[in-house]
Write a protein that binds this ligand. Structure first.
Ligand code: SD4
Length: 338
C-alpha cells in the first residue's frame, strides 16, 4: 500500500483552481469578509455560519459602499438591502428583498429560513418581521448616500433606469407617467465597478456540507421597490450538496433572467469543471447582452473552484477571494474576462 501523502505535500501538488476541502470563496477582493467567513468555519462554525458572518462583516464595513447601509440610494435617496442564504444540504433558502431600515440583511435572511416556513420576505413587511425577530431598526442613510442622492437630483436624475415615460427620463426627473408610445430600445445599462459589487460567498466544509449566500444594496438610483438578482434563488446564488455551489455578481436586472448560479451548479452536476461551468453561465447571458457587466464564482463538491466574467468596458479582470487550509488565510485570485 502506498504511504499516505502528507497533507502539506498533497496541497502543494494541487493545480490552480483546485483546493482541498474546506474551501470558502467570495466575489470581489473583500478580504476582511473572506477572513471572517474562513475563521468562522475554522473555529467550528457551520458553512451557514461562515456565509452569514462573511456577508455580515461586509454589511458593517460597507464593502466598497455596495453592501449594507449608506450605499446605492434609490430614486428617493433611500438605501434598501437584498440578501439570501441557501443551505445546500436541505435546499432551504431564506431571502429578503428591498429590506428597509435594517443593517444586517443576511441575518434577517437567515431568520426567514430558520424562523419561518417561508422563503422570501420583501419590503416593509420584511422589516417588520426583522424587528419582531430582534433586529434593530436604524436609518440606513449616511452623509455619503445623501450626497450621492443630491448630486443625482442636481444632475437632472441621471443616470436613470426609467423608460417609455414622460417627462423624458434621459433628461428630466420625475414624477413620471407612461408615455403613449412604447418604444423598443436596448436596455440602457449604467453598470460600472462603482455601482456594482455584491458579496457572494460559497462555503464547503470537509464533510461536504455546502452553503451559499449574498448581500447587496443593489443599484444606485434604482427605481424604488427594485429587487436585484442577489436574493433570487438560482440567480444570486445556489448551493446543492450533490453538485456544488455558485454565486453571481453584476447587473442583476439582466443576470437574473438567466439564473446563472443555478445553471452553473447544474453544469457541474453534469460533470463540467467549475471554470467551464462558470464560463458557460456567463456565455449564456453574453449571447443576448454582449456587454453586460457580470461575474460568477463556482465550486464543486471536491473543492475545485473557478470563476468567469464578461469583458465589459469597466471589467477586464475579475478578482475574488479563496481561503483553503493551504494558506489558512484568504488569497486573492483573478480571472481574465472573455
Ligand atoms: C444587483 N447584482 O442588485 C446586484 C449588484 C451587484 O456587483 O452584484 N453588483 O443587481
Amino acid at each position: 500500500m502506498a504511504a499516505p501523502l502528507l497533507l502539506s505535500t498533497y496541497l502543494l501538488l494541487l493545480p490552480l483552481g483546485q483546493a482541498a476541502l474546506p474551501v470558502v470563496i467570495n466575489t470581489w477582493p473583500f478580504k476582511n469578509a473572506a477572513a471572517a467567513a474562513w475563521n468562522t468555519l475554522q473555529s467550528g462554525g457551520s458553512v451557514l455560519d461562515a456565509v452569514e458572518k462573511g456577508c455580515a462583516l461586509c454589511e458593517v464595513e460597507q464593502c466598497d459602499g455596495t453592501v449594507g447601509y449608506g450605499g446605492s440610494p434609490d430614486e428617493t435617496g433611500e438605501t434598501t438591502l437584498d440578501a439570501m442564504i441557501m443551505n445546500g444540504d436541505t435546499m432551504e433558502v431564506g431571502a429578503v428583498a428591498n429590506l428597509r431600515r435594517i443593517k444586517n440583511a443576511i441575518g434577517v435572511a437567515r431568520a426567514v429560513m430558520e424562523r419561518t416556513d417561508q422563503t422570501m420576505l420583501v419590503g416593509e413587511s420584511a422589516s417588520v418581521f426583522a424587528e419582531d425577530m430582534g433586529f434593530i431598526a436604524e436609518d440606513l442613510t449616511t452623509i455619503k448616500s445623501t450626497n450621492i442622492f443630491s448630486n443625482w437630483l442636481k444632475g437632472n436624475c441621471q443616470p436613470n433606469y426609467r423608460k417609455n415615460v414622460v417627462p423624458d427620463p434621459s433628461k428630466s426627473c420625475g414624477p413620471y407617467k407612461p408615455s403613449v408610445a412604447l418604444k423598443q430600445s436596448n436596455r440602457t445599462r449604467h453598470a460600472n465597478t462603482n455601482s456594482h459589487d455584491t458579496i457572494g460567498i460559497i462555503a464547503l466544509d470537509q464533510d461536504g456540507h455546502v452553503a451559499a449566500g449574498t448581500s447587496t444594496n443593489g443599484l444606485t438610483h434604482k427605481v424604488p421597490g427594485r429587487v436585484g438578482d442577489s436574493p433570487v434563488i438560482g440567480a444570486g446564488a445556489y448551493a446543492d450538496r450533490s453538485a456544488g455551489a455558485a454565486a453571481a455578481t453584476g447587473d442583476g436586472d439582466i443576470m437574473m433572467c438567466f439564473l446563472p448560479s443555478y445553471l452553473a451548479v447544474e453544469l457541474m452536476r453534469a460533470g463540467a469543471d467549475p471554470s467551464t461551468a462558470c464560463e458557460a453561465a456567463i456565455s449564456r447571458i453574453k449571447r443576448h447582452y454582449p456587454q453586460f457587466f457580470g461575474a460568477i464564482i463556482c465550486a464543486n463538491t471536491t473543492g475545485h473552484y473557478g470563476a468567469a466574467c464578461n469583458k465589459a468596458p469597466t471589467l477586464s479582470q475579475f478578482h475574488y477571494m479563496v481561503s483553503t487550509s493551504e494558506t489558512n488565510t484568504p488569497v486573492q485570485k483573478s480571472v481574465n474576462c472573455f
